[in-house]
Each structure stands twice: as C-alpha cells, then as structure tokens.
Unconditional design. Structure first.
Length: 479
C-alpha cells in the first residue's frame, strides 16, 4: 500500500495523533495531509496534476488528461465485480486561496499549515483546501484498498472549478468511460445532493478620473466573516454592501477609491474606500450606526482610517450603485424548504488606473429568474453610468429523485450507518449538472464530509465525518 510521507508543516505532529493513525481512514488522511503541501490555485493546477501522474505511474493506474487540463485516472475492477459498471468518483483539483491580512502566505509556493481544533482540522490563517482536497484524498485511498471484489473506478478531477466551473464546462466527454458519477464536493455528511443552482456573472465598470493630488481619508472596513457566495449568502454580511451603506449615509462625501474582495465566489470580508469632504467624526458616527445593525452577526466588524494622498476620483454614481443593488436572497426554493432559489452577491471591487470594476454573482435554480435578476443588475449599473459585461454563465442541475445511483447511495448509507440520509438541492454551484450534460448521463449524486466556512480562512473539516464518508465510499464500490 502506498502511504505518502509527511515532511513537516503539520503542527502538533498530526500524522502521529491517534484520531488519524488509528482511524480506518488513515490512508485517506495521509493523502489529505500530503495534498496540503501541494499548491493548487485555480488555473494553476500543474503541480497537483504532476503529483497525480507520478502516483498513477507508481500504482499502475491509467492516467489521462484532456485539452483544458482535467485529469482522469482509471483503476481496474476486482473479483466478481471486475466487469461491473464503472463508478466515477469526481472532484476538483483547485482550491480557493483566501488568507487573513496579517498572514504571510504564498499560495503558489507555500504548503498549508494544518492543525487540529478539537474535533476539526483547520489551517493557520488560510483556507484549508478541504474544498475539494477531500475528494482527491478519499478517492485515491478507496482506489488503493485491497478489496476482494470491487467495481472499476474512474477518478475524474477537474480544473478551475472555483472560478467558473471551467474544467467541467470544457470536459472532453471521451476522457472517461463511466456514466455513473459520485461527486465528492458537498459539505454536509448524511446529505445527498441531487440538484444545484446555475449562475451568471456580471461585470460593471466605472471610469476613474485623474485629479490633482489631494488629502483624503483611507477607510478600511474589516473583521467581517465572509464565506461562500452561494452557501452563505443568506446568513453573512457583505463588506462591499456594508461600506456602501456607510458611504450613502455621509452627506456631501466625495469618493476617490474603492476596492474589496478577491474571489468571485467568496463574500468579501473587507472593503477599503478613500473619501474626502467629510470629517473623521462624520465617518465615526455613520459607521457606528451601520455596524450597530450588523453586530449580532459581525461582532468583530470595525472601521480603521488614516490620512492618504490620492489623485483618483470616482463618480458619485458608484455609491448609488452599491447602495441600491439587491444583494443577498431574492427568492426561496419552492420544493426544498429553507433552500435559497435565487440570490445576488457583489463579490469583488477591483481597480486599475482607469476603471473600477464590480463583479456581481447571480445564482438561481430557475434559469428564468437568473436572467431576469441580471437584467435588473445591468439596468441599475447602466443607469449609474457603468458599462456592463455578462459572463461566467453555467446551467443548474435539475433534481431527480429517481436515479439508480441515488437509490443505491440511500440503501448503502442506511445499511452502513443504520439511519436515513437526507436529500437536498443546494444554492451553491456543483459540477454534476454540467458533467452530466457533457457525458449524456443523469446518474449523478453529490456527497461529502462536513466542512464549515469554505472559501474563508475559517474553513474547517470535521474529522469524524471524513472517516464516515470514507467508510461509505468503501461500501459503495463493493456493490
């Protein structure tokens, strides 16, 4: 059995802790810890791809890639199940690279610094990469198990999932043979996902004017929790929107600069704006009133300001745009109680010398609502003198409770753990629907161990849940 070797950077000697070394999922944990040392930002998956190729050659597995960089690894079946239907275990290669401002970390070169926090695994000041390193680790370990009888397995790992599902959208359908796909990219143990929202992005760009150098206040709104722009949109505050409320409450303010967020699929935790025409006391008063309204959810939110020189000027309509755009939940799902159907999230405000550009992410399980909401976003942006571009459009995944793989998963879960699993459709984007359309299959289900706060430095993975999903997958490949 191939067991990766650890090379430091795992605080508290995690590889020697009983919850890992004595776990039935010990080899899966070994792979997960090894993955933490391999940089894998979106669209820069070459290091993880090379590692998987080397591992496949060592194990005698068939390794292939398609033109865009998706990876497929085929492992032959065994015993009585050797000629059975192929089971595709699917995940993505990349991870969201978010860190706290006070952390010095290069996601292109540095290993993640993992640690335990009670029953959880976390990373020091950065995202953990459980989204979606768990899929790679679990699939590799299951494929390596020495079962007497096991169906053939294909591992399909896509690239750039986190920045628009690019790998899935460009998947070469000839890369894999299997038509039954188990996606290991959902984040609640005991839940099988059978549908998800589609999405479309909008960019709204405002012109930046040049002025003579002037003194202004640089205001940094910080301390918000952030999170996933789909899964957390109903319960997390957005730093851009909170900053917009502060700006809108300041009379006669002049806006010079604004920037916030880094990833199109992460709710921004911080926002920086540069203003003049108001005093520090004015800003303090406005900030106190606005933060008072969000302190129950954002107890650590605060505004830090200092003097700065600037030569840039933004139109007042920028404030109108972020103060009036609908951000958050638009409608709830008619079939699944408590699930968001449609939402918008202003995730990024980035600037250069000439333009300030906002990225607005709209998600919906209704194609009609998705396009209608973005029509309204574009109408508002253009009314505020912005130019708009629509991009990153991908379809949703329509729920089907009748698929054979879902029924097999439900039965396996019941037999393995003595309880029923829940069935859900979710508001985050998953690759299943896209992959299903590419390979012409509706035999799709998504599952995974419990992960909290993905896409933020608070990301954490429940240890016991990882062990349970490993046990479940081992059972699934033997029937």
């Amino acid at each position: 059995m191939f067991i990766p070797q650890f090379h430091g950077n795992i605080p508290h000697a995690m590889n020697n802790r009983p919850e890992f070394t004595e776990s039935p999922a010990a080899n899966a944990w070994n792979y997960f810890f090894e993955l933490s040392k391999i940089p894998r930002p979106s669209s820069h998956e070459e290091k993880i791809t090379a590692w998987l190729k080397s591992l496949s050659e060592e194990k005698g597995w068939t390794f292939k890639t398609d033109e865009i960089g998706n990876v497929a690894i085929k492992v032959a079946g065994k015993g009585n199940l050797a000629d059975s239907e192929i089971l595709v275990l699917q995940g993505h290669l990349d991870m969201v690279c978010e860190k706290d401002n006070d952390i010095d970390h290069d996601f292109f070169n540095d290993p993640l610094k993992l640690q335990t926090d009670g029953e959880w695994v976390t990373a020091t000041g950065t995202t953990l990469g459980a989204d979606n390193g768990v899929a790679i680790a679990l699939a590799l370990a299951v494929a390596e198990e020495n079962f007497e009888n096991r169906r053939p397995i294909e591992m399909l790992f896509t690239m750039a999932e986190e920045t628009g599902l690019k790998g899935a959208n460009a998947l070469d359908p000839e890369l894999i043979e299997g038509k039954t796909v188990v996606n290991v990219d959902s984040e609640a143990d005991g839940t099988f996902i059978i549908g998800c929202a589609g999405g479309e992005g909008v960019e709204a760009s405002f012109d930046i004017s040049k002025i003579d150098e002037t003194t202004a206040l640089k205001c940094v709104l910080t301390g918000l929790r952030g999170g996933h722009s789909g899964g957390d949109v109903h319960c997390r505050n957005n730093a851009i929107i909170v900053a917009g409320k502060i700006l809108a409450s300041l009379k006669d303010v002049t806006l010079h600069q604004l920037f916030a967020g880094d990833k199109n699929n992460a709710i921004p935790r911080e926002a920086t704006f540069v203003i003049s025409g108001v005093t520090a006391d004015d800003v303090d008063k406005a900030t106190k009133e606005i933060l008072e309204k969000v302190k129950a959810d954002e107890p650590n939110a605060k505004l830090i300001y200092s003097d700065i020189q600037t030569t840039q000027l933004l139109p007042t309509s920028v404030i109108d745009f972020i103060a009036n755009i609908r951000n958050g939940v638009i409608s709830m799902h008619p079939e699944f109680e408590g699930v968001v159907q449609t939402s918008t999230s202003v995730t990024v405000a980035r600037k250069n010398e000439e333009k300030l550009t906002f990225f607005v992410s709209t998600r919906s399980s209704s194609e009609t609502e998705k396009f209608e909401v973005n029509d309204v976003v574009c109408e508002l942006a253009e009314k505020c003198q912005a130019t708009t571009t629509r991009l990153d459009c991908y379809p949703g995944w329509n729920p089907s409770k009748e698929s054979k793989i879902l029924q097999k998963c439900l039965t396996t879960y019941q037999n393995t753990f003595g309880k029923e699993a829940e069935i859900l459709s979710i508001h985050a984007g998953l690759e299943c629907g896209i992959i299903g359309s590419r390979i012409n299959s509706s035999e799709l289900v998504s599952l995974g161990p419990t992960i909290k706060n993905p896409h933020s430095p608070e990301e954490r993975l429940l240890i016991a849940s990882f062990d349970r999903i490993y046990k479940f997958l081992k059972e699934l490949v033997q029937i």
